[in-house]
Write a protein of this length. Structure first.
Length: 274
């Protein structure tokens, strides 16, 4: 394992080494070396704990309720940003897959778009083979728990939308310089949440493992994906560059056919931690 930076060595068992602290408040992160000589996505740790999923009574969309408690029995690693074109293109070239269109917006550190749910799952399998670790898409509960960063408010920074923290609402003034884009921008240009995740309210919506249900009714405290219901649609989470507030809360969700490849959907990855 390469380039592992921690804010302390309490999680040393997760890694093969521990470096100097870069900042006292910086969340721990890790990055796996790949067999082809590259590096996997930069990952941050979502710690074990108790959180919430959904909004009450139904949120800004009718499928966000009821709000319910979830319990993360174990910590897990999740990519700090959405998977980038640089990450995905390495996989596509290695496996002789067609490169997804960037819509003319650029590749590199832009979040990968125009990838289906099946494409995203294939990437996680390749990443697992390359790293020797178990990567996969997060469940909806795992995604929202990490996106909230240990908070239970409408946004990870509070109940009220604040322009420019993790999103630029172009219908409002006050976007930080360079963020008022009419397309996704380079990952990580806004602030990170308390767990170190970027762009949970911006850039692109993200695939999760779950089959879609039109509510959280009957959902328990488990972080496991819901694999019953309408598996002809998979849950996507998070705001996009197109959304206005409040349609960028972590409770936002939609059901999308898994074969769809669109410019508003990408993904981030989860790595299971022994």
């Amino acid at each position: 394992m390469r380039a592992i930076t921690w804010t302390g060595c309490a999680l040393l068992a997760l890694a093969t080494g521990c470096s100097q602290m870069t900042a006292k408040s910086a969340p721990p992160w890790l990055q796996d070396s790949l067999r082809d000589g590259g590096e996997g996505p930069r990952m941050v740790i979502a710690p074990a704990g108790v959180g919430v999923v959904g909004d009450q009574p139904s949120g800004v969309s009718t499928d966000e309720g009821p709000r319910h408690k979830v319990v993360a029995q174990h910590s897990y690693a999740i990519s700090a940003t959405e998977v980038t074109f640089a990450d995905y293109d390495r996989f596509a070239q290695a496996t002789h897959r067609a490169l997804p269109s960037d819509e003319g917006w650029g590749r590199g550190e832009q979040p990968v778009i125009n990838v289906s749910w099946d494409d995203a799952v294939a990437y996680t399998r390749w990443l697992s083979e390359q790293s020797g670790r178990r990567y996969r898409l997060p469940s909806e509960a795992e995604w929202e728990y990490a996106a909230r960063g240990g908070t239970q408010t409408h946004y990870w920074w509070g109940d009220a939308y604040v322009q420019g923290v993790d999103h630029c609402d172009k219908d409002l003034d006050g976007c930080p310089p360079g963020t008022a884009l009419f397309h996704p921008g380079p990952v990580g240009r806004f602030s990170a949440n308390p767990y170190g995740l970027y762009d949970v309210s911006s850039n692109v919506a993200e695939w999760t493992l779950d089959c879609y249900h039109n509510s959280h009714e009957g959902t328990g405290e488990s972080m496991a994906p819901r694999m019953d219901g309408d598996c002809n649609a998979r849950v996507v989470k998070g705001g996009t560059w197109m959304n206005t507030s409040p349609y960028v809360q972590p409770s936002i969700r939609a059901g999308v056919e898994p074969e769809e490849r669109v410019r508003t959907i990408g993904f981030r990855v989860l790595r299971e931690v022994p």
